[in-house]
Write a protein that binds this ligand. Structure first.
Ligand code: NAD
Length: 245
């Protein structure tokens, strides 16, 4: 194993992914934290966190472009940790859901995780060390009224991808999945939910509130680290108890 190790976080520019990057940068477990995002704001994040945190502007749905990012990271550090977090959610009634819209949402939320995993995990498997954390959604477990059915389908696919990979990549690479409930990020603020819908949703939750992105990030950090040494194929809900109803 090279002396230098790296983590790769997708969807790093905002919300949950940004909190994961801030945690990885602070805990100094890795020499390099590679931040992949479509949004150029990822450059500002990397600049603000200093040396070792590197930005890659890239569409996670682009198989070859993701391969170039992974190769650039691997050029001087061994990837040890991957967080597949990039996602996009949009509502369309099924009758208005055009094939291009279906393809885009599935390409970002599901194929994007395949793209990253395809390029990143073979070297990890060969080196016999590494972890992958995939981010799904309660929409993938129970369906979603506010996200479209394409989002629910893609996020359900992430659960299957996680379990299949956990079997294929054992015993060397652990693959787990974190399932956020409603979290206070740009995604939940993007008009998918009205204020009164959020209040009604909170009233039904055992913890009676939406989550903070860092409350998800800290579980992702745990699942990426040594504390999760005997976990693989696990689906971990971070949802204030939303999966109980
Ligand atoms: P967010 O919108 O704040 O962050 C998503 C990030 O992904 C953004 O920085 C965005 O630019 C990036 N991204 C989008 N498309 C991309 C692409 N094609 N290539 C690269 N990057 C891309 O949202 P968030 O809430 O932090 O979402 C993070 C993850 O959590 C997503 O997978 C989302 O589906 C999941 N999730 C969120 C909630 C919630 O309530 N916020 C609930 C369940 C699941």
């Amino acid at each position: 194993m090279a002396e230098r190790t790296a983590a790769l976080v997708t969807g790093a520019a905002s919300g949950i992914g940004k909190c994961v990057v801030e945690r990885f940068a602070a805990d100094e477990r890795h020499d390099v934290v590679a931040c992949l995002d479509l949004d150029p704001a990822v450059d500002d994040l990397a600049d603000s966190l200093g040396e070792g945190v590197r930005a890659y502007e890239c569409d996670v749905a682009n198989h070859d472009a993701v391969g170039e990012v992974v190769a650039a990271v691997e050029a001087d550090a061994d990837l040890l940790s991957v967080v597949n977090n990039a996602g996009v959610s949009r509502y369309f009634w099924i009758g208005d859901l055009e094939p291009d819209e279906w393809d885009r949402v599935v390409d970002v939320n599901l194929k994007g995780q395949y793209n990253v995993t395809r390029h990143a995990t073979p070297p990890m498997f060969q080196r016999e060390a590494g972890s992958v954390v995939n981010v799904s959604s309660g929409a993938g477990q129970r369906g979603s009224a506010s996200g479209g059915v394409h989002y629910s389908a893609a996020k359900a696919g992430v659960l299957g991808l996680t379990k299949g990979l956990a079997k294929q990549l054992g015993p060397h690479v652990q693959v787990n999945c974190v399932v956020p409930g409603l979290i206070d990020t740009l995604m939940s603020e993007s008009g998918l939910w009205t204020e009164s819908e959020i209040e009604a949703f909170e009233a039904k939750l055992p913890l009676e509130r939406v989550g903070d992105p860092d409350e998800v990030a800290r579980v992702i950090e745990f699942c990426s680290g040594p504390g999760a040494a005997y976990m693989t194929g696990s689906i971990v809900n971070v949802d204030g108890g939303g999966s109980l109803s």
